[in-house]
Design a protein around this ligand. Structure first.
Ligand SMILES: [Zn+2]
Length: 500
């Protein structure tokens, strides 16, 4: 309850005298500090930022012209005529809209869900993929949730647990044993092809144990559906559920069968985990075979799994990472092998996981800025098969963009085991743009950004590189500039029509 109280006082706060209460949903428990400053129909130019788009191999200071939600020009400074409505982001980093592949949302269904807008647009993330928040029983719950939030969403459907959300299944593992239904799973996805991007299946020894004499029944059921529908499987690796040890002898052969039946585009989850049953048991044959695949996606899924030592080790194999948060509200360092810890009354404090924070951690481990941007834009766009709309910045594509500050200072990041990492650079979200709609962001209002804000050097007002940041922090007493824009009903209709 202490958490909720703290959050509430944040939500009642105002930014430069202008209330931020009117912009987020679920403000009572999850304040969403962001102010919309552009509709999707305005014509304006995002000026002077350092544009880093790994997919197009761009790293240059460019102005980006946006009309009617679409990028209509990208030019060096001085080419696009200036207008009063332009936004100056000089000194900041401009990237394709970031995508978080792995977030537990839909709080009403999940005992550990977070608000998709708070982890989404308010944190510089322009698309959130819910991870297993629903199964085949109630896909409409996720459909309705996506309508409640502003951040564009897709979802990975859960394949076990009698069609329930993942967290219900792991709270009651006995139910999982007879929990998979091929027809119902396929039917739910066929009925919602725009919503469900992939299918989640657990491949840890504890979960396979739930299936008794047929440990791979759940895996093969999910796999057959995925292959028929031509969507990827998401495989959770690493010990997750308690087990009685009856599979210990044959676990390697079970995993070998799984590795043999993967398909291009499948996503291997939690590859930087330190837990038993993950890739860094290097002397195990099936992992060597797995790593020989070059057409899979390798997902970070920070949550309770990120290990800095593993991240350093992974760097050596050269495989690009799909960077994601696995943001949820479960108690840190608890619950992954103790199913009881997932009960609602044991819901823990916010884990403070953000996508830009996860990117910063990996960057300070040794990944380049370009690599971490690619891992949070181009690669998840391909994994979710939304790369026609997202993952790169170029003329003619939707203007879906993240603007970040690259703050220098002395920061301390922690991995999921509590190992500390001293860091000198930290990314902070400053603006999210989704199909031309733009929001200014206030990470100072979110405890998730505590590490970045405590360690950073104070920004000087006169520093051009901090211009937008200063507008966010202090100069928002200019009411004209600050007032959140309202779309007309006509614009709202056009937007929802164009979103189809
Ligand atoms: Zn997760």
């Amino acid at each position: 309850m202490a958490e909720a109280k703290k959050s509430e006082s944040v939500s009642k706060d105002a930014v430069g005298g202008v209330s931020i209460d009117n912009v987020g949903k679920k403000k009572d428990i999850d304040p969403v500090p962001m102010v919309q400053v552009k509709s999707g129909f305005a014509g304006w130019t995002l000026r002077g930022g350092r544009v880093i788009c790994p997919a197009t191999e761009t790293d240059a200071v460019l102005d980006i012209r946006i009309d009617d939600g679409v990028i209509t020009a990208m030019e060096p400074p001085g080419v696009i005529p200036y207008e009063a409505s332009d936004i100056d982001v000089s000194g900041l980093i401009v990237t394709p809209g970031l995508i978080d592949f792995h977030v537990h949302t839909a709080q009403a269904m999940s005992c550990y869900g977070v608000c998709a807008d708070r982890n989404g647009i308010a944190s510089g993330v322009c698309h959130v993929n819910d991870m297993a928040g629903v199964g085949w029983l109630a896909p409409n719950v996720m459909r309705e949730y996506t309508k409640e939030v502003i951040t564009p969403m897709t979802a990975t459907i859960y394949s076990a647990g009698c069609g329930n959300p993942e967290n219900w299944a792991i709270g009651c593992p006995d139910v999982c044993a007879a929990s998979t239904d091929e027809k119902l799973l396929e039917g739910a996805i066929r009925a919602n092809p725009d919503l469900f991007t992939s299918i989640k299946v657990h491949c840890d020894i504890g979960f396979l144990s739930c299936y008794g004499d047929e440990p791979l029944r759940g895996y093969h059921t999910a796999r057959r559906v995925a292959r028929r529908l031509d969507i990827p499987l998401y495989l959770h690796l690493g010990l997750f559920t308690q087990h009685d040890g009856h599979l210990s002898e044959i676990f390697d052969s079970l995993m070998a069968e799984i590795v043999d039946t993967l398909a291009p585009g499948d996503v291997i989850g939690h590859v930087l985990s330190y837990k038993p049953g993950t890739i860094f048991e290097k002397d195990v044959d099936h992992w060597t075979k797995l790593l020989a695949h070059d057409d899979l996606h390798w997902e970070v899924g920070h949550g309770a799994n990120l290990c800095f030592d593993m991240a350093k080790e992974w760097k050596k194999n050269g495989k690009p990472l799909l960077i994601s948060t696995d943001a949820h509200m479960m108690k840190p360092h608890l619950g992954m092998v103790d199913s009881q810890a997932t009960l609602p009354h044991q819901r823990g404090p916010l884990q403070r996981l953000t996508l830009v924070g996860t990117m910063s951690k990996l960057r300070n481990v040794g990944y380049s800025l370009t690599e971490v941007i690619r891992g949070a834009s181009e690669i998840p766009a391909r994994a979710l098969r939304i790369d026609d709309k997202m993952g790169r910045l170029s003329v003619g594509r939707p203007a879906t963009i993240t603007v970040m500050e690259d703050r220098a200072g002395h920061f301390v990041y922690a991995d999921s085991r509590g190992a500390k990492l001293p860091a000198t650079q930290a990314l902070l979200p400053r603006m999210s743009v989704v199909a031309g709609r733009a929001w200014r962001l206030f990470p100072e209002k979110l405890i998730e950004f505590e590490a970045e804000l405590n360690g950073g050097k104070p920004l000087s007002r006169g520093d051009a590189s901090a211009k937008l940041a200063n507008q966010g922090l202090e100069s928002f007493d200019d009411e004209d500039e600050l007032t959140a824009i309202e779309e007309t009903p006509d614009e709202q209709n056009r937007r929802s029509a164009s979103a189809m």
